[in-house]
Design a protein around this ligand. Structure first.
Ligand code: SF4
Length: 426
């Protein structure tokens, strides 16, 4: 029985209890969320995992995407990145390799982590077609569904699938023009295939068949955002919103078929359009979990795109977004290394927390930190920090003579002066 069917029957499963305990909510709250499609818990019958709940009323989750490229294929590096992402506190991983042997790499990454692992099966279908036939546009339709089935059997338990690009969406894209085109690899592959073959997207026209595969392997569907703009100038345009309308409709069909569903969003979005995007998505999809890829709020800071994303992600999370895809300092420049992955996860976790302070009123940790700072209790401060090691390293590298203060103000530590002269409430 699928998790949705269990939830509809009023059954509280072990996965629901695990998520409820981690979130500090009642198991029945999680069950009702799954039954209504507001919450998902990616599951898999193929391996033991740490379950993660995503959706309304739960803390904002962070995904770290890793994977080889056509230029750099190093499986041990990808395994190291997977471990670094998990150690840094990522909630999920996406294994998005586009170089090397897809199934072999994914199997080794999956074996190296206890996290839910997502994938984009169409990468495999299109890239293997390019290797076999010479071009991605020569991919055979069945190869899309076979790649989905193969990857599900490995234990990939959520999949970004580009269901919302249909002929009507592509017309909107062609008619309006864009500065930055598409930044989704899957969107670009599928659009090129449809235009070349003058055919409908099989993931849209054969959506019921796709759902059969997803249901058989209990995979959570993440309706891909293939039309997302690659430039803030193009955000929230007709093609992007058209795809969102279609994906919202398909998310209802998936839920009715017993397939847990997330809806993906952009991308590159200026700050004043973020809340609009979240509101539109939530309204149109009936409150399905929303997975935002970034968003990046400016295009002029390569090397710092993790910070650019954290600004957008804080706003989107505060507005109701449930799931953030991290961005690393290497975005738009190179394949991320291990340190980029670690930095990307920590930065997105900060954004998720900032959003949760507003969305869920989660401020206990900040209050405890304020008290620890006032008391100059350094060990307590480290224990409350999002990245304790980094905080400890900075203080230790410039250690003060006075062990209570730090070398910023030294003898003139404001907190110490206040503590010695004012009677503050505990
Ligand atoms: S020395 Fe200055 S920066 Fe350091 S703890 Fe005291 S007030 Fe804060």
């Amino acid at each position: 029985m699928s998790l949705i069917e269990e939830a509809n029957k009023g059954n509280i499963t072990d996965e629901m209890k695990e998520v409820a305990a981690a979130e500090g909510v009642e198991p029945d709250f999680v069950r009702r969320g799954i039954a209504a499609g507001r919450i998902v818990i990616p599951v898999t019958p193929y391996r033991e995992i740490k379950h993660c709940g995503i959706g309304k009323g739960l803390t904002t989750k962070v995904n770290a995407s890793i994977g080889t490229s056509s230029d750099i294929v190093d499986i041990s590096l990808e395994i190291e990145k997977a471990k670094a992402a998990e150690a840094a506190g990522a909630d999920t991983l996406m294994e998005l390799s586009t170089g090397g042997n897809f199934l072999d790499i994914r199997k080794q990454v999956i074996d190296a982590t206890s996290l839910s692992v997502g994938c984009v099966p169409l990468y495999q279908a299109f890239i293997e077609a390019a290797r076999k036939y010479g071009s991605v546009v020569d991919m055979k339709e069945d190869e899309l569904f076979k790649a989905t089935d193969d990857q599900a059997k490995l234990g990939s338990n959520f999949m970004a699938i580009h269901t919302g690009i249909n002929l009507f969406t592509v017309e909107r894209l062609k008619n309006q023009g864009r500065y930055g085109g598409l930044c989704s690899r899957g969107g670009a592959f599928m659009t090129a295939w449809m235009i070349h073959n003058e055919k409908e997207n099989p993931l849209y026209s054969e959506f019921d068949y796709l759902l059969e595969i997803m249901k058989e392997h209990e995979v959570t569907l993440s309706t891909g955002n293939g039309m997302r703009a690659g430039a803030v100038h193009d955000a929230t345009d007709r093609a992007q919103i058209q795809e969102l309308v279609i994906n919202s409709e398909l998310s209802d069909r998936a839920h009715e078929a017993g397939v847990q569903t997330i809806v993906e969003g952009p991308g590159h979005v200026p700050i004043d359009e973020i809340k609009t995007n979240v509101t539109l998505m939530k309204r149109m999809s009936g409150d399905k979990p929303f997975y935002m890829l970034g968003p990046l709020v400016t295009d002029i800071a390569p090397g710092y795109d993790h910070i650019v994303t954290a600004i957008g992600a804080s706003i989107s999370s505060a507005a109701g977004c449930d799931f953030l895809c991290y961005v690393t300092p290497a975005e738009h420049l190179a394949l991320p290394n291990v340190e980029d992955v670690r930095t990307g996860v920590i930065t997105s976790r900060i954004a998720a927390h900032i959003g949760d302070m507003i969305k869920l009123g989660k401020r206990d940790q900040d209050l405890a930190m304020a008290r620890a700072r006032r008391d100059l209790d350094w060990e307590k401060m480290y224990s409350l920090a999002i990245d304790p090691e980094h905080a400890r390293h900075i203080r230790d590298s410039r250690a003060p003579d006075d062990t209570e203060a730090c070398t910023m103000c030294g003898n003139y530590c404001a907190l110490k002066i206040v503590r010695e002269n004012l009677n503050l409430a505990k």
